[in-house]
Ligand binder design. Structure first.
Ligand SMILES: NC(=O)c1ccc[n+]([C@@H]2O[C@H](COP(=O)([O-])OP(=O)(O)OC[C@H]3O[C@@H](n4cnc5c(N)ncnc54)[C@H](O)[C@@H]3O)[C@@H](O)[C@H]2O)c1
Length: 321
């Protein structure tokens, strides 16, 4: 069963921080009405002002998503400091409160008591398993994790992670909705610690760390292996397609390279401690390039986000060619 915009009328964002604001912009870009709720009412005002400014900036840079103007998109947002009022008539609620299991459980219990059976309750959690926050809720069939990647406005991936009691229609509706607002959803068939993105990310972090700790390569050079090497193609194709293209198809790749892959992979060392001498050495190298104070880190983050924005623009152009 699929449900499109005609059925999802009102989206509610619970928590108007970094991720809540990004979701707000993603939903309004596709013409959805958004109610923005936060426990701190002054925070809602701050968030609305920040979103308004960001929409105008995006419009000026020519990267505002959707066909509506920034003004039209902003007019779809309303703030609300009462949760009961906020969720009235909501079809889809995206929770974006801080990453704390007790807080998430409390919020979902409150939402569960307030909504009807048709409302989808979705969490932005980065690493809390659905079973930890949704178990026992009367609307568990309508609960799902929709994990975005920062910054979600430019990095489209959303991992959809169901609870074992989540109804398949909840996954389908959320999937359709995410596609409609311009994100790229992927479905996990069952929950797993770290979901998929962080499991892959942590595998890379661990091997990068071991290679530096073992004196094989410098911190700077291991990062270059990703940004100037693997990352160049991973922005367009994944590891499995890479295998398929790097030989005459997947079967040929397995015949030619599986022995080497298995030999190298079985030489990987244990999970690093991320402390001690190696941590000092890696910290020193990174801090030499980017000192760990808010100004330097902030400037580098801005640079990173502008690169991602340009890459997103380029990928969009390539897709529409
Ligand atoms: N920041 C990231 O890179 C990132 C990426 C993907 C997913 N996430 C996930 O998104 C969620 C939100 O993260 P964030 O970075 O936006 O956090 P944030 O701290 O920027 O924002 C959290 C907001 O929730 C509000 N809040 C706190 N308690 C509340 C309550 N009881 N009811 C309503 N609002 C409440 C706060 O006032 C604040 O405005 C987390 O679960 C996080 O793991 C974050």
């Amino acid at each position: 069963m699929e449900r499109g915009k005609q059925n999802i009328k009102q989206v509610v964002i619970v928590g108007s921080g970094l991720i809540g604001r990004s979701w707000t912009m993603a939903f309004t870009s596709a013409g959805y009405k958004v109610k923005l709720y936060d426990i701190l009412s002054q925070q809602i005002q701050v968030a609305m002002e920040a979103v308004s400014k960001q929409m105008k900036d995006m419009e000026e840079m020519g990267v505002l998503r959707g066909s509506l103007s920034s003004e039209e998109q902003f007019s779809l947002i309303s703030g609300c400091s009462d949760l009961r009022e906020a969720v009235e008539g909501a079809s889809f609620i995206q929770e974006c409160v801080p990453e704390n299991v007790e807080l998430k459980k409390k919020i979902f219990k409150e939402l569960d008591d307030l909504v009807g059976v048709d409302t989808i309750l979705s969490s932005s959690t980065s690493c809390i398993l659905p079973s930890k926050i949704f178990t026992g809720l009367k609307n568990v069939k309508r609960c799902i994790v929709s994990h975005p990647v920062n910054p979600p406005y430019f990095v489209p991936l959303v991992e959809l992670v169901p609870h074992e009691e989540t109804d398949p229609s909840t996954v389908d509706i959320t999937y359709t909705l995410m596609k409609e607002i311009g994100q790229t959803p992927v479905k996990l068939n069952k929950e797993i610690d770290g979901f998929v993105l962080n499991r892959i990310q942590y595998a890379i972090i661990c091997e990068a760390w071991r290679l530096v700790a073992d004196g094989v390569v410098s911190p700077r050079d291991v990062d270059l292996v990703m940004s100037e090497g693997l990352g160049m193609r991973y922005a367009f194709i994944g590891p499995l397609e890479t295998m398929h293209l790097n030989a005459d198809g997947m079967k040929d790749y397995c015949e030619k390279y599986s022995e080497s892959v298995r030999r190298v992979a079985s030489s990987f060392g244990p999970v690093p401690e991320f402390s001690g001498e190696a941590a000092d050495k890696i910290n020193e190298a990174l801090s030499k390039e980017i000192p760990s104070d808010p100004n330097h880190l902030g400037a580098r983050r801005e640079w990173r986000d502008s690169c991602i924005l340009q890459l997103a623009r380029m990928k969009k152009n390539i897709k529409s060619e």
